[in-house]
Design a binder for this molecule. Sequence first.
Ligand code: SF4
Length: 422
Amino acid sequence: MTSYYYTWTIGCQMNKADTGCIASYLEYLGYSFTPTIEIADVIVINSCVVRQGAEDKVVNKLNALRGIKRSRPETIIILTGCLVDSCHSRLKQYFPQVDLAFPPQDWEPLLEWGSKHKPESSHCMPFPSHSSISAFVPIIQGCNNFCSYCIVPYRRGREKSRLPGEIADEVRKRVQQGTKEVTLLGQNVNSYGYDLPHKPDLASLLEELNQIHGLLRIRFLTNHPKDMNLNLIQTMAHLDKVCAAINLPVQAGDDEILKLMQRGYTVSQYRSLVEDIRSVIPGISLSTDVIVGFPGETESQFEQTVKLIGDLRFDKVHVAAYSPRPQTTAWRKLEDNVLSDEKIRRREKIETLQKEIATQINARLLGKVVEVLVEGKRKEKWYGRTRTDKLVFFPEEATPGELAWVEVEKTTPWSLQGKMVG
Ligand code: SF4
């Protein structure tokens, strides 16, 4: 009889990558994935507490599992992610339905559990069978920055880089299993290597990975404007597999607010970094993250952010309304004094502006032929992404993992549609 696992993940790309690792391990043990929670023998919840909204969703999900645990007590519920901190005893008290809880990437408890819980159908594979066209590969864990609003350094600890050889081995293995594109992950990938012997950096890692035969594309997330340097940008420009797309979170367009956020750069430094990037890599796609309603943010400070977004014309902007997170400096020292309706108004104002900008940027691709790495099929259409991270749909038959050339016939702020040519 087949034994099944189910996963539910919320939060950042690191969480998605971690869920991928857990899924691989469960498959290695002999479990098969199911999208139906009711028939799962193992349920994995990967949590996030970066914002209050995310934490609420995790708590609701865990509460909903009480019923499943009552009707099928043999179901194993595994909890990981940032909700799990050192005080396990409190978690047990609040969520007795959870069988196993471990902090992000602290795999020991999972491995110990796995050594005792192989399903009867187990047919242990030599190494994980999990494969995907586009894979996330963590290269550095944790963060040393302590931005005043952010809980990550408290939950994920200080920066810890993986060895370049270990990363290259993982990428090679994934390529053998069918992966064509990797996204290197870290809370701050620009810090990669400073804690390792010989101090490799992200640029040297990209050089090494660029040589892997069969790998088509390399991306990386997330960058910190204070740590991004010209050498990295020039390296990106000359490596054929590194995609012309950068996520560069600005967070605010006002110097006072940036200082309160402890971001370590000014608006003019950020602007000149963007200028440098665009002059070295013309046509690069840039995305950013913004927080609105930070404690004390006045209307005119908020308007500075609006102006920055309007001036720099990003391909994508992720906007979040500020929510205080326990332990952080902002939570300890600053009053959360922007009303929630006002936060929503500010968020919507930026979203509306960005929709207009993205509409115009994407419309410029009309009639152009773009290279798409085919990822899969959704509602009768094949889809994939361009090197500049645009989502493209087309109706012709294709194979996941192939490169398709698509002529763009229709554009929206979020995606492109077209037909395969050549
Ligand atoms: S750089 Fe700042 S926002 Fe990003 S994870 Fe580190 S502390 Fe959080």
